[in-house]
Design a protein around this ligand. Structure first.
Ligand code: UTP
Length: 475
C-alpha cells in the first residue's frame, strides 16, 4: 500500500518524517493499520501543543482574584439547612428509584504508579476476600439497586491500553452477577506521546506510542461512543462519577445527587477538608463566578497558606474527584462533536524505539504525555454545587503499592470504615492505642449497603463483639 501524499507532506512539514521511516518494512495489514493511526491524528492541534506544552513548560494562566469556593458543609449549619438536606435525601432517593441515575467509572488510566500488570480495576483490593476493585463496585451497585428497587446502569470508560483486557475480565467473571446489559463499556480517545525534541515517539516500527487522553476525555468519549444516546433512551439524567482507584466511594449518594438536583447544578463535586496547605489534591476556587479546580502545584503559596480568623486554611476545599454530572450538560458541551478542555503536560517514562527501530531502555522521563482533566469542565458549567464529605467515609485512592495513597493505606481505610459501621450498630471492635482497629474486618457490599442493613445483619447473626487480632468477613 502507498501512503497518502498529503499525509506525507504534512509529516515532512511538521518535522515528523521519522514516523514513516519503517513503513515499507511493514506487511500489508500492518501498513493499513498504521496508516489509519496516522490519519486519525489531529496534526494541527498536535503542532500547536508541541510548541506550547512540549518545547516549553506550558504557561499556567491562573484567573485573577481567586477566592475559596463555597460549599455545603457535611453537617448542616442551621435547622433550615438540616431540613434542606432531608429534602435532598428524598429528591436523591426518588431519582434513584425512578432509574434517573447511573454510575460512571473512569478506568482508562495506565496506573503506572501502582506498577500492576493489568487494568487497575482488576487489582485485588479487599482486605479479606481479595475482591478486585471492579467486583467491589459491581457488588455495591447491585446492593444499591436492591435498596432502591431499581437497576442501576454502570458506564465504564476504558482506553486504548486496557479496553480488551477489561472487557475480558468482566466476561470471565460473569459480570459479577450484574446483568450484561446493565454494564456499558466505552473507550476514550488517545494522544501520541512526544519526545523532548518535539518528535512523536513510536512504540514499534508500525505504531505510535499512544496514551489515553486523560479523564477529561470522558465527556467527548460519551458522545462519540453513543453512550449519551443510550442514556437518553433509558431515561438516565444524572451520572454518579468516580475513579476506579477509590473503593471507599459511595457509588451513589442520595444526598449528593439530591443536592445536585435541587441546586439545578450542571456539574457538582464532593470536597474534603485538606490535611495541610500543600496536600496533593486540586483546590476548589472561584473567579468571575466560575468554579475552578487549581492543582496543588499551581496554587500560589500566598493563597495556599492563607488562614481565617480561626486559623483555618481559607483554601481548605480539596477535590477527591467525585462528581455528579447532568447528562444535559455533557450534551451541551459536546454538541459540536468537539470539546477542547485545557491540556496538561505530564513528564513520563515512555516505552519507545530509537531511530534504528530498536527498543530503548527507558530509565528516566524521556517525553511528554498530554492529558485533559474532567474537573476543567466545572468552569464551563453555568451552575455548580459542592458538598463536603468525610474523608474517612469516601476517599481511599489506590495510587501506589506502599506509602501514601497506597494499597496498604486503602485497605486500612476499608477496614476502619467497616469497623466504624459495626460500632455504630452496637458491636464492640477492639482498637489499638493509636485508635486503629485491632482486627481485620471486611463487609461484603452485597450483604450490607448501609447502616440500616448492618443493624439488621448484626442482630440476625448475634454479633456483639469482635476478638482482638481476628479476621472477620461479613458476607
Ligand atoms: P490517575 O490520575 O491516578 O492516573 O487517574 P492513572 O493513569 O490511573 O495512574 P498513574 O498516574 O499512571 O499512576 C485517576 C483516574 O482517572 C482514570 C484512571 O483510570 C483513574 O480512575 N483515567 C486517567 C482515565 O480513565 N483516563 C485517563 O486518560 C487517565
Amino acid at each position: 500500500m502507498v501512503l497518502d501524499n498529503k499525509l506525507i507532506d504534512r509529516l515532512i512539514a511538521a518535522g515528523q518524517s521519522h514516523l514513516i521511516k519503517f513503513f515499507d518494512t511493514l506487511d500489508e495489514a500492518g501498513q493499513q493499520r498504521y496508516a489509519a493511526e496516522l490519519a486519525g491524528i489531529d496534526w494541527d492541534l498536535l503542532q500547536e501543543l508541541i510548541k506550547s506544552h512540549v518545547m516549553q513548560k506550558p504557561v499556567i494562566d491562573l484567573p485573577e482574584d481567586l477566592t475559596p469556593a463555597p460549599y455545603f458543609p457535611l453537617q448542616p449549619r442551621s435547622e433550615a439547612e438540616k431540613s434542606y438536606y432531608l429534602q435532598a435525601d428524598a429528591a436523591g432517593e426518588e431519582l434513584l428509584r425512578t432509574g434517573k441515575v447511573a454510575a460512571l467509572t473512569v478506568a482508562g488510566g495506565q496506573g503506572s504508579r501502582l506498577g500492576f500488570d493489568g487494568p487497575k480495576g482488576t487489582y485485588p483490593i479487599a482486605p479479606v476476600s481479595g475482591k478486585t476493585l471492579f467486583q467491589y463496585f459491581a457488588e455495591s451497585l447491585l446492593s444499591a439497586s436492591r435498596k432502591y428497587n431499581t437497576t442501576l446502569h454502570w458506564y465504564i470508560m476504558t482506553s486504548v491500553v486496557n479496553d480488551g483486557a477489561t472487557r475480558e475480565f468482566f466476561a470471565d467473571n460473569n459480570y459479577f452477577g450484574m446483568s450484561r446489559d446493565q454494564i456499558h463499556f466505552f473507550t476514550q480517545g488517545f494522544m501520541p506521546a512526544i519526545g523532548y525534541d518535539g518528535k512523536l515517539l513510536m512504540s514499534s516500527t508500525g505504531s505510535l506510542a499512544l496514551s489515553p487522553d486523560g479523564h477529561g476525555g470522558t465527556l467527548l468519549a460519551l458522545r462519540k461512543s453513543g453512550m449519551l444516546d443510550d442514556m437518553k433512551m433509558r431515561g438516565i439524567e444524572f451520572l454518579s462519577y468516580f475513579q476506579v482507584d477509590n473503593p471507599l466511594v459511595p457509588v451513589v449518594d442520595k444526598r449528593f445527587i439530591g443536592l445536585h438536583k435541587l441546586e439545578n447544578s450542571e456539574m457538582s463535586a464532593i470536597t474534603l477538608a485538606k490535611t495541610n496547605a500543600f496536600e496533593k489534591v486540586g483546590n476548589f476556587c472561584v473567579a468571575d463566578n466560575r468554579l475552578y479546580v487549581i492543582e496543588y502545584s499551581d496554587l500560589p503559596e500566598a493563597l495556599a497558606t492563607q488562614v481565617d480568623e480561626n486559623g483555618q486554611l481559607k483554601f481548605i476545599a480539596g477535590s477527591p474527584a467525585i462528581h455528579v454530572i447532568s447528562r444535559s450538560f455533557v450534551e451541551r458541551l459536546t454538541a459540536s462533536g468537539r470539546l477542547q478542555l485545557d491540556w496538561h503536560r505530564a513528564d513520563k517514562k515512555i516505552q519507545c524505539i530509537d531511530s534504528n527501530g530498536q527498543s530503548v531502555n527507558v530509565t528516566e522521563p524521556n517525553g511528554v504525555k498530554l492529558e485533559s482533566f474532567i474537573f476543567d469542565a466545572l468552569k464551563l458549567a453555568d451552575k455548580t454545587m459542592i458538598f463536603e464529605a468525610d474523608r474517612k467515609e469516601e476517599f481511599a485512592p489506590t495510587k501506589n503499592a506502599t506509602g501514601v495513597d497506597s494499597v496498604e493505606s486503602c485497605r486500612a481505610m476499608l477496614i476502619d470504615r467497616d469497623a466504624r459501621r459495626l460500632e455504630r450498630c452496637g458491636v464492640t471492635v477492639p482498637r489499638r492505642a493509636d485508635g486503629s482497629p485491632d482486627v481485620t474486618v471486611e463487609i461484603s457490599p452485597l450483604a450490607i449497603w448501609d447502616d440500616e442493613d448492618c443493624a439488621e445483619y448484626v442482630k440476625k447473626h448475634q454479633i456483639h463483639a469482635l476478638d482482638a487480632g481476628s479476621v472477620n468477613y461479613l458476607v
